[in-house]
Design a protein around this ligand. Sequence first.
Ligand SMILES: Nc1ncnc2c1ncn2[C@@H]1O[C@H](COP(=O)(O)OP(=O)(O)OP(=O)(O)O)[C@@H](O)[C@H]1O
Ligand SMILES: [Mg+2]
Length: 262
Amino acid sequence: MLSIDSLRVTYGGAVEAVRGVTMEVPDGKVVAVLGSNGAGKSTLLRTVSGTLRLHRGRVDEGSVRFDGDVLTSRDPGQIVRQGVVQVPEGRRIFGRLTVEENLRAGGMGNRDRAAKAAAHARVHDLFPVLAERSGQRAGLLSGGEQQMLAIGRALMASPKLLLLDEPSLGLAPRIIGQIGEVIAEINRQGTSVLLVEQNATMALGVADLAYVLDVGKVSLSGPAAELARTDEVQRLYLGHGDAAETGPATRGPRRTLSRWTA
Ligand SMILES: Nc1ncnc2c1ncn2[C@@H]1O[C@H](COP(=O)(O)OP(=O)(O)OP(=O)(O)O)[C@@H](O)[C@H]1O
Ligand SMILES: [Mg+2]
C-alpha cells in the first residue's frame, strides 16, 4: 500500500505546490486524483517516484511510504526497483528509437529475466499494435499509440504500483475510452494504479477511490462512484451545470478490454 502523509512540497523554496496532502492507495485498487491545472497533481506523482529533485522541488514536510518503506529518501532507480513506476505527463517516449527499443529501455532495471519476459509478453498482449509496430520509430506512432507505448514501457519494469500522469491528455474521446479500458485490465491483472487525470469521466469510471486536489490540498475524497455524484465534481469536472438535473453518475469506460489494434 502507498501511504502519503501530511505531505508539503515546494519548488525553488518559494512555490508551495502541495500543502499538506494525506492519501492512500490500497493494494489492488485504482485511485484517481482529479484537479485543475496547477492543483499539484504532477508534483504529487513526482514526489512518489522520486523525480521531484529533477524539477528543483523539495519535500518540506510529511512522508511517502510504500509497503512500509519510506520513499522520500530514495532515488528514482531504487523506487522503480521497489515496484513503483511512473508514466510521466506528456508520455516522454524516445521518438528516434524503435517501439521495441523503448520497451527494452523500460525493462533495463528489471534484472529478473523471467519477469522481464513475462512483462514483455503482457505488454504485447495488452497492446498488439506495439508488437505489430515493433521495428518502427516510436515518433511515428499516433498520439494514442504513443501513450500505449509509454504505459507499456512502464509495465516492462513489472510494477506493483503504476503512476499515470494524465494519460488522456490531447487524445480523442474514443481513444480516451480505450485508455480507460486498458487501465482497468492492468489493474485486473494485479497492478495497483494511481491515476492523475483532468478527464473525470474516464478517471471516475475506472477508479475505486478518488481524491480532488484544489490548489495543493485535498478538497474531497471517497469512493469514486460517490464522488461522481457530488455537486462539486458534477459542476467542475463532469461539465454539468446543475447536478440535480443529471442522470446516472458517469459513463466511464466499460470494465472489459477491447483489443488495441488501430
Ligand atoms: N519545476 C517547477 N518549478 C516551479 N514551480 C513549479 C514547477 N512545477 C510545477 N510548479 C508549480 O507548482 C504548482 C503545481 O504544479 P503541478 O505541475 O504539480 O500541477 P498539476 O496539477 O499537475 O497541473 P496540470 O494539470 O497543468 O498538469 C503550480 O503552481 C506550478 O506552477
Ligand atoms: Mg500535471
